[in-house]
Design a protein around this ligand. Structure first.
Ligand code: COA
Length: 120
């Protein structure tokens, strides 16, 4: 049985997109999977037409770098936003196209099934 190696969650309500969760298993990070998941989800939620919002911990530099590359900018600080009392940044992205989705350069044996059934 396969294992879940990444997840992305979000929603679009009344013309505003929220990215609520994004995570990649530790052993699969740094291969482009987080970017791919985020781009796929944000595209499906309509960020080319709608503004998008998220919160990210102030010490999470990896996630912040990813979001910056996707066009988010920091617009505020949410003090004690997290259950452990730590702070988060509020980030916003204006509507518009996402950068081209670059597929992770995994060796063929570790490539993900793209779901179209042709192994390409
Ligand atoms: C944030 C996270 C989802 C990134 O996933 P990933 O698959 O490792 O990211 P990718 O390989 O797609 O990298 C995409 C971009 O993220 C940034 N990034 C990823 N890892 C980074 C690191 N360790 N340091 C700095 N930037 C990093 C880079 O900008 C990178 O683009 P580049 O390779 O062109 O420079 C992953 O680190 C994770 O699951 N972290 C724990 C959960 C979490 O913090 N989620 C975010 C909650 S808001």
């Amino acid at each position: 049985m396969g294992a879940i190696v990444a997840l992305a969650a979000g929603c679009e309500v009344a013309g505003e997109v929220s990215l609520t969760n994004l995570a990649v298993a530790a052993h699969m990070r740094g291969r482009g999977l987080g970017r791919r998941m985020a781009v796929e989800l944000l595209t499906r939620l309509g960020v080319e037409r709608y503004p998008a919002f998220l919160e990210v911990r102030t010490d999470n530099t990896a996630a912040q770098a990813l979001y910056l590359r996707l066009g988010f900018i920091t617009v505020g600080l949410r003090k004690r936003y997290n259950s452990d009392g730590s702070d988060s940044l509020a980030m916003v992205r204006q509507p518009g196209p996402l950068p081209p989705l670059l597929l992770p350069s995994l060796p063929p044996s570790r490539r993900l099934d793209d779901g179209d059934g042709d192994d390409a």
